[in-house]
Design a protein around this ligand. Sequence first.
Ligand code: ADP
Ligand code: MG
Length: 341
Amino acid sequence: MEQRTDIASLGEFALIDHLTQEAEIKNASTVLSIGDDAAVIDHFGKQTVVSTDLLIEGIHFDLMYTPLKHLGYKAVSVNVSDIYAMHANPTQITVSIAVSNRFSVEALEELYAGIHAACEQYHVDLVGGDTCSSPKGLVISITAIGEVATDKFVCRSGAQVNDLICVSGDLGAAYLGLQLLEREKKIFLENPAVQPDLEARDYIVKRLLKPEARKDIIEWLDEQAIQPTSMIDVSDGLSSELLHLCKDSQVGCVVYEEKIPIHSETKEVSFDLGIDSTTCALSGGEDYELLFTISQAEYDKMPMQEKISIIGYITEADKGCFLETKQGNRHPLIAQGWKSF
Ligand code: ADP
Ligand code: MG
């Protein structure tokens, strides 16, 4: 049988030591890390960017189909994604957890294995956190800290009329991954003998369970010396994020349905489940791609490539926010309850 160590047998301080012993410092900006009353960070003349997120069992994740290691990785990914969306570079995170005695030390080790793997991937230092008990379930709160050269950060509010709207990667996959896993969970609860049928669905399941923050896109923008005029990460679906950008920038937009990047597996599964794939991209969420605008003058710096799609352009505010369908009809973009045409 698998080993199961009660958290109580270690105690809080030994548990913290145990979970964080792997945390090694990768950034010069980390002056003092875990072990004191607070961490000390020096960004050497750069500006500091801070973002925090809360993940609650039963609301943000379901441990029936979410491996703890993936959950740890995802919790870090979604936080550093917010830092990248500011055009900044994440450097440190703090991780706070509330756990019930339902969780063993081994389970928390799995969670931290994912957290440490993500710290490697994004080159961030785990510099602190907090640990306490919860009456029920698991709560994870992560704060990500990053740095950016003075006034190089990108807000949601900078989009200008005629700017091009760009999005990285592809959209809608995580939402379908969730639909598939929810379907399999229901089947399993009705009949535990039935094995999950997720064959050839690796891509969309992984997009849900182990999303990657688009560090590569930020590096690429820097290499090309492209400074986006506005940027946001896609956590709630393309529609909602476009409306945020347009509202904060006081502009409108036109987005072309045929330009929205959708993975072939997303198309297949949406067809199987009878859900419109454009709807998944517009309203699904949890894609953690970057949505940004660039001035038309930067267009020549955007070689034809797979990782970034130009999906539309910015208009005057009084023109509104629209999706132009493949048939050439225009529909106003709405954030929630968006229906297939
Ligand atoms: P305090 O009583 O001052 O809050 P703690 O005993 O909670 O201190 O924390 C001791 C050290 O361990 C601090 O550096 C804190 O940031 C770090 N820490 C506590 N819990 C975690 C955790 N779950 N993950 C990472 N670091 C943690
Ligand atoms: Mg504490």
